[in-house]
Design a protein around this ligand. Sequence first.
Ligand code: FES
Length: 64
Amino acid sequence: MYICLCNAINDKTIRNVVRQQHVRSIRELKSFVPVGSDCGKCVRQAREIINEEISLLPPMINVA
Ligand code: FES
């Protein structure tokens, strides 16, 4: 499903960037894909996908 119509970015692309590049915010996501760079209508939904994907990641284990 397309999230950013202006730049043809779909949810799968955003999920892959979150997992592979350890993206945790819209600002970080924008350094990999041009989401929200035109009309900006996609930012809210892109943020929801980032948060959803983060919640699916395994918890970080603190290593001293
Ligand atoms: S839909 Fe993403 S910038 Fe317009």
